[in-house]
Design a protein around this ligand. Structure first.
Ligand SMILES: C/C1=C2N=C(/C=C3N=C(/C(C)=C4\N[C@@](C)([C@@H]5N=C1[C@](C)(CCC(=O)O)[C@H]5CC(=O)O)[C@@](C)(CC(=O)O)[C@@H]4CCC(=O)O)[C@@](C)(CC(=O)O)[C@@H]\3CCC(=O)O)C(C)(C)[C@@H]/2CCC(=O)O
Length: 209
């Protein structure tokens, strides 16, 4: 038994992007935003997610400039960190996820929160000028906003805020849009996830499709 299917990776990518551009409603995005939106859709398989993607002004320019200047990428989950394609990164940028740090379980117990949120305490030194990628945990996004709201808080260069789920995901993303502590992209509602978030970072990292 054999099947007829595309086996060339580059051709699969080309076809996918052509299908997305033919089927998705992309006209409200500028050219740079569209590149990021297409990759978010590509990672999710849902062209209709385009309607829920919201960029704040200057997000793509700020994210690209930071990466080109060597900014680290701070990720809430290892799944996000693993999804970032290292060869696309313009300055061999560090990709950091502190969730597995041995100090995190005790911090979470002490702070009475999730490990995902507690792990952000270990970002503080690196947050200024960083590119933040939150793709899993709503509590991490809420905690980020709390940290960035403190007096004298650091200011990341750009935030990809696309946590997923039923508890707190939609609310944390709306809170990010409202507080807007840095240029950001969100996917409104319950949809989101590590794959979409890594794809947004990959789109920022390189314009190559
Ligand atoms: C409540 C949590 C949710 N997790 C979701 C979806 C997925 N999570 C996966 C995995 C493997 C991990 N999730 C943790 C981050 C874990 N998930 C949580 C927490 C309990 C709390 C987060 C929050 O509400 O903000 C969180 C643990 C914590 O204390 O922070 C993870 C650390 C759990 C673990 O394995 O220890 C782990 C992340 C590992 C990593 O990559 O570093 C899934 C793959 C689930 C699965 O195993 O089937 C999936 C991935 C989704 C994605 O695209 O990222 C939700 C849906 C986000 C959910 C929160 C909201 C809800 O409605 O339930």
């Amino acid at each position: 038994m054999s099947y007829t299917y595309e086996t060339n990776g580059d051709a699969i990518y080309r076809q996918s992007f052509a299908i997305i551009r033919a089927e998705a409603q992309l006209d409200r995005f500028d050219r740079d935003e569209e590149i990021v939106a297409v990759r978010i859709i590509h990672a999710s398989g849902m062209v209709e997610v385009a309607a829920d993607i919201v960029f704040t002004s200057g997000f793509v320019a700020a994210g690209r400039a930071a990466l080109q200047a060597g900014a680290p990428i701070l990720c809430d989950a290892q799944m996000v960190a693993n999804g970032v394609t290292r060869k696309r990164l313009p300055a061999d940028n560090e990709v950091i996820c502190t969730l597995g740090d041995p100090r995190v379980p005790a911090l979470a117990a002490q702070l009475g929160t999730t490990r995902s949120a507690a792990a952000l305490e270990l970002w503080r030194e690196r947050l200024d000028g960083a590119v933040v990628a939150i793709g899993n945990a709503p509590t991490a996004l809420f905690r980020l906003l709390e940290i960035l709201g403190e007096p004298g808080a650091p200011r990341p260069a750009a935030i990809v805020g696309i946590p997923v789920g039923f508890v707190g995901a939609a609310e944390s993303k709306e809170a990010l849009l409202e507080a807007a502590p840095a240029p950001c992209v969100i996917v409104r509602g319950r949809r989101g996830g590590s794959a979409m978030t890594a794809a947004a970072i990959n789109a920022l990292a390189s314009e190559v499709e």
